[in-house]
Design a protein. Structure first.
Length: 612
């Protein structure tokens, strides 16, 4: 979950590294550090806090740096609290080898004990520091940095995106990957390494994605790749397609607000070239080779984490009700350890924005090992889940920088709707019935655009409840996951405790919490269970709860029951979550801003969860 960047070439690397770290800060912002090789020795600086504080400390040092080789890191703490000492880079005993690392060294305790007995002195409480000392040991034997890294990693259990430099070989950067994303940026007389293409897209669009178990040696003039066992690997250079403007705020106060307002276009992007409205067909090229297995599947299992898990819950309603496919939705973190029975005629759908979510990736590999057909729904091209799945669909939401996911969620729902229509047609749904769905899905982006033009009431509600300690979110059917997602967004960025519940379950416990101080957000579209939800609202009102309703524009009855009514356009019930979640995203955003919270970088969270 940390951000990594390195540079070797002909330019002063300091501004390149600092700019890259700024772009990567959404991946970790507890602390930051930089290491340069100058005049045959290291210059290093590490700082708890934001990248801006590291930049200020560099400026305050009064030293002018012109190094053409350096590495930088922004951290999300796992082992060791976020402070100057635990920040990366970490060094060996003689400060001749520097490492930055994303991931977890699971056997660091035993390695550290052994190295301590051999005379090594450790300065930090991190697992990463053992890598520097272990590479030091191996370098003393091999006198070759790349070989030393490979030999050291042969003893490591866990995950890593690793970058190593040494004053012994000041013309090289060694990188390695296992379970944590890392790519090489290919330039003209210069090369880059980063955990995310956003850090280097201003300098090159030519990238090489490292696979698990691969090591690379970078120089200014080129690179070579190999396995940890020193078997040469030929890599394909790919082109990054997103624009720099997509990872900039573009006049919005926060990335989260920008990404909320991008949703009409990102939803369209998810459908473009795939949804054939009048033909009532959906064409998903990434599923062409596995479509027959999907049609003959005994069941679908959807596995994911966090917001993606909520998308999976909505997908369960879509696939079961429209395509008549049995579906189970599993937390990936539980699924991988539960040893569930998985059969060859199961299809496992893995949903992950980054395509690198550690638990989801591990669950996918376990399902694949047991013979299931595994498919990915991801946003990031070239990610691990995209490469290792047997088929899948990119959501095409573009880079999502805000830590709290918004546009990726609605794009995931869009892709799940497309898969549902495709499966329903293949299983016998008539063209006429399917055309009703394709026409309505095609209208969703315009309805979202209309909704986003009328958000004043959301800000009023936010001001009213910004100092509240607890929220309850209620929904039924496919809007129960919307309630869960709304509560999660509020928790993530405003630090207000919030819970999402099926509306009918409220009376089985949570109703005890309701009084005149409790705001209750109810998602209540005019669908088949509308009257049931109205009854649940009456139960809240009887306990003096303050009702905030997300309701359709043509609903007049709700005005008698809710203190605040936020209007949304009406759509087909199972597509409703794509629209209904957006006021909840805006409400969480507006409350967080009103409370003075850091919306894009909420405390303790990071964007891509690449550790367990």
């Amino acid at each position: 979950m940390c951000g990594i960047i390195g540079y070797i070439g002909h330019q002063n690397c300091v501004p390149i590294i600092l700019d890259g770290l700024q772009r990567l800060e959404y991946r970790g912002y507890d602390s930051a550090g930089i290491a340069l090789i100058e005049d045959g020795k290291f210059f290093g600086l590490k700082q708890a806090g934001k990248v801006s504080e590291l930049a200020a400390a560099l400026k305050a040092s009064g030293v002018s740096h012109t190094s053409c080789l350096g590495i930088g890191h922004t951290r999300w703490a796992t082992h060791g609290e976020p402070n100057d000492i635990n920040a990366h880079p970490h060094y060996d005993c003689r400060e001749e080898i520097a490492v930055i690392h994303n991931g977890i060294v699971e056997n660091f305790g035993s390695i550290k004990t052994r190295l301590t007995r051999q005379g090594h002195t450790f300065r930090s409480n991190t697992d990463t520091e053992v890598l520097a000392h272990l590479i030091e040991e191996m370098y003393a034997k091999s006198h070759d940095l790349c070989a030393a890294v490979r030999l050291a990693l042969a003893e490591v259990e866990g995950t890593y995106g690793l970058v190593v430099i040494s004053v012994h070989e000041p013309d090289k950067i060694i990188v390695a990957r296992k379970g944590s994303p890392l790519l090489i940026g290919v330039g003209d007389g210069e090369n880059f390494v980063a955990s995310d293409a956003s850090a280097i897209v201003d300098h090159t669009r030519q990238v090489v994605y490292l696979a698990d178990g691969e090591v690379a040696e970078l120089t200014a003039s080129g690179f070579r790749t190999m396995t940890i066992d020193d078997v040469a690997v030929e890599k394909e250079v790919e082109e990054v397609t997103f624009e720099l403007a997509q990872i900039e705020r573009g006049g919005y106060e926060h990335f989260m607000l920008k990404e909320i307002h991008e949703q009409p276009e990102t939803i369209r992007n998810g459908m473009r070239g795939r949804l054939q409205v009048e033909e009532a067909e959906v064409v998903l090229g990434g599923l062409r080779d596995v479509k027959e297995k999907m049609l003959n599947a005994r069941r679908f299992i959807i596995t994911a984490c966090g917001t993606s898990w909520h998308a999976g819950l909505v997908g369960e309603y879509m696939l079961e009700q429209i395509a008549k496919i049995p579906v189970e939705v599993e937390y990936a973190s539980e699924f991988r350890y539960r040893n569930p029975p998985i059969m060859p005629d199961d299809v496992v759908l893995c949903i992950s924005q980054s395509g690198e979510t550690a638990d989801t990736l591990a669950a996918m590999r376990e399902a694949k090992r047991k013979g299931a057909t595994v498919l990915g729904i991801v946003n990031v091209v070239g990610s691990s889940i995209a490469r290792e799945s047997q088929g899948g669909v990119y959501i095409h939401a573009g880079p999502e920088i805000g830590v709290a996911s918004t546009k990726a969620f609605t794009s995931q729902l869009t892709v799940l709707a497309l898969i549902t229509i495709m499966m329903a047609r293949a299983k016998g749904m008539s063209k006429e019935d399917a055309r009703v769905l394709t026409r309505e899905l095609a209208c969703v982006p315009d309805k979202v655009e209309h909704l986003l033009q009328n958000t004043d009431l959301v800000r009023t509600v936010a001001e009213e409840f910004k100092d509240t300690s607890n929220f309850l979110y209620l929904g039924r059917g496919a809007n129960f996951p919307v309630a869960l997602e709304g509560a999660l967004k509020l928790k993530e960025i405003s630090y207000i405790h919030a819970e999402g519940y099926p509306a009918a379950e409220m009376k089985h416990g949570p109703i005890a919490l309701i009084d005149e101080h409790m705001p209750v957000v109810v998602v209540v579209p005019k669908d088949a269970i509308y009257e049931k939800v109205l009854s649940n609202i009456q139960e809240v009102r009887a306990r003096k709860g303050r009702v905030i309703a997300i309701a359709n524009e043509d609903d007049t009855e709700i005005d008698k029951l809710a203190e605040f009514v936020i209007r949304v356009p009406r759509t087909y019930s199972y597509f409703g979550p794509i629209i209904n979640v957006i006021p909840l995203q805006l409400l969480a955003y507006s409350i967080a801003v009103a409370r003075g919270c850091n919306v894009d970088q909420p405390r303790n969270l990071a964007k891509s969860v690449t550790v367990e």
